[in-house]
Design a protein around this ligand. Structure first.
Ligand code: DX5
Ligand code: ZN
Length: 218
């Protein structure tokens, strides 16, 4: 069963409460945290997560695109994150950070930029809940899906299954109604979609349409 995590980045920030209610039929809410250092864009922080937490019963899927993520884990956990994902490229101490997130009471994900090899995960895969495969260069919504990433997803699926592990694969960037099926067929468990959902005339309908397209896949 495929899960969906609409990315709030594409929502109307002047009307967040209503925007969030439009995606109540999703599984997660994807929260993109950008610091203007790790990526060339700035979004929001734990304060906003805390403010919207009472208005959604979805699991909060926090995607940290920040330098020195280890400094902010507890704040993002207390703010209401259920899952915290950091970038392998943003820390020297991947193993330590994985355990810091678990100790903070959250599920843990490791994100890889498009050009980062899967070998980064070799000695950590048994300890994590999720791998986030970036299918665009992080920093902005509305970019085009990088086609080589389909192969990366299949290889990761094989790596997880051949080891008998229970690690989810999340794919983030450029996913829309036209490519969602092949992305799921490659082995994805959680689909992130920003523009394809929040920029649609009917976000709830767009989400249901994507769900329908993958209903018999995966
Ligand atoms: C990009 C973010 C994504 C972004 C996806 O750096 O990590 O989560 O919001 O947006 P779309 O679905 O529009 O590509
Ligand atoms: Zn993201």
């Amino acid at each position: 069963m495929v899960s969906f995590s609409p990315s709030l980045l594409a929502a109307d920030f002047s009307n967040l409460r209503e925007e969030i209610s439009k995606v109540a039929g999703a599984d997660y809410l994807h929260l993109d945290i950008m610091d203007g250092q790790f990526v060339p864009n700035i979004t929001f922080g734990p304060g906003l997560i805390r403010a919207i937490r009472p208005y959604s019963s979805l699991k909060f899927d926090t995607h940290l695109m920040i330098e020195e993520p280890e400094k902010y884990i507890e704040e993002f956990a207390v703010a209401g994150s259920n899952l915290i994902t950091f970038h392998a490229e943003a820390t020297y101490h991947l193993d330590r950070l994985v355990h810091q997130i678990k100790d903070a009471g959250c599920q843990v994900g490791v994100a890889l930029n498009p050009a980062t090899p899967l070998s980064e995960l070799e000695y950590i895969l048994t300890d994590i809940d999720l791998v986030l495969i970036m299918s665009v260069n992080p920093g902005f919504g509305g970019q085009k899906f990088i086609p080589q990433i389909l192969d990366k997803i299949s290889r990761l699926r094989e790596m997880i299954d051949s080891r008998g592990l229970d690690v989810m694969i999340e794919v983030d960037g450029g996913v829309n109604r036209d490519n969602v099926q092949e992305i799921v067929e490659a082995g994805t468990d959680i689909i992130v979609a920003g523009s394809a959902i929040f920029r649609a005339d009917d976000p709830a309908g767009a989400l249901e349409e994507m769900r329908a397209r993958v209903a018999f896949t995966g």
